[in-house]
Design a protein around this ligand. Structure first.
Ligand SMILES: Nc1ncnc2c1ncn2[C@@H]1O[C@H](COP(=O)(O)OP(=O)(O)OP(=O)(O)O)[C@@H](O)[C@H]1O
Ligand SMILES: [Mg+2]
Length: 274
């Protein structure tokens, strides 16, 4: 195929970005299938815990139903809307909220929100790949469901973290996400978090059910990042609009989240070795 000048430049740019990436895998998407499993709460708190040692960019990709800014009591002046409308580059939308944790916020209930084309998702990832030079991790919070938009994000991420709960409905949806990811040819990494558990035994038993199904039907061995207990302090922290690991770092759930963030770190290290 003959390359035009523009294509050649783009190809060079792509190779340059690829080279600087050094094969590292940094872009982690949080997904669940089922709504309300704790994706936003956990991804934010894990990001904050990690940010004590690493530089994190958190991007709220829950299209037009964004919650992350509410959970940390931020009123974003710039959002992804202007990226998708071609008015801003991704890097122009970064808010440096905490020293090690920066945000690109999404939108809530904007009328006339673009029905995005797949090309805008690939542009989003191209620009994200350039930001990888500055950050150790880029976290993507996605909405619930298994729609085309969400999948175009998940398939482009380096790793998908599936947040589920112990309820059979949530476990079933987590299994469906695994199956759909496999069926769509996703060859990145996957890991599981079981949230809202009674205790570690409860969480482990839910994970075992998911593992049995994945093993039997998908011939897949799953990676459990951790289990997180149900705690009424979570709701209180969301009402206070303050991250729980920041507000109450020594309570049990914050310690579980911090421990899990270390596991993510190890998981990423394993990914980097690939
Ligand atoms: N470990 C936990 N203990 C108690 N409540 C929790 C826990 N984790 C999350 N929650 C509660 O679950 C609810 C949903 O959390 P969150 O908004 O993070 O879920 P989500 O998966 O992002 O939802 P959506 O699919 O709508 O984006 C919140 O009301 C939160 O208080
Ligand atoms: Mg959410």
């Amino acid at each position: 195929m003959m390359y035009g000048q523009a294509e050649r430049l783009l190809e060079l740019k792509r190779l340059e970005v690829e080279e600087s990436r050094n094969g590292e895998k940094k872009i982690f998407a949080f997904t669940s299938g089922k709504g309300g499993t704790g994706k936003t709460f956990l991804s934010l708190n894990i990001a904050y815990a990690l940010s004590q040692k690493k530089k994190i960019l958190f991007i709220d990709l829950d299209q037009n139903l964004s919650n992350s800014n509410i959970m940390i009591n931020e009123a974003p002046s710039k959002t992804l809307y202007s990226f998708f409308h071609g008015n801003n580059l991704l890097q122009e939308l970064i808010t440096e909220t905490y020293p090690g944790l920066h945000f690109i916020f999404g939108d809530s209930g904007k009328l006339g929100y673009l029905k995005r084309k797949n090309s805008s998702i690939s542009q989003l990832f191209n620009q994200m790949r350039e930001l990888e030079a500055i950050y150790d991790f880029i976290f993507l919070d996605t909405g619930s469901g298994a729609g085309e938009e969400i999948f175009s994000v998940l398939l482009n991420a380096d790793a998908n973290i599936i947040v589920t709960t112990t309820e059979p409905t949530a476990i079933m949806d987590a299994y469906v996400m695994l199956k759909l990811l496999n069926g769509s040819g996703f060859n990145g990494d996957k890991a599981i978090i079981i949230n809202k558990c009674i205790d570690a035994v409860d969480g482990k038993s839910a994970f075992n059910n998911l593992q049995l199904a994945a093993n039997h039907f998908l011939n897949e061995k799953l990676n459990l990042l951790g289990t997180i207990d149900f705690d009424h302090a979570v709701s209180a922290s969301i009402i206070a609009q303050e991250l729980i690991v920041k507000r109450e770092p020594s309570i049990s759930i914050s310690r579980q989240i911090t421990e899990l963030s270390r596991r993510i770190f190890e998981f990423a290290d394993v990914l980097h070795d690939d």
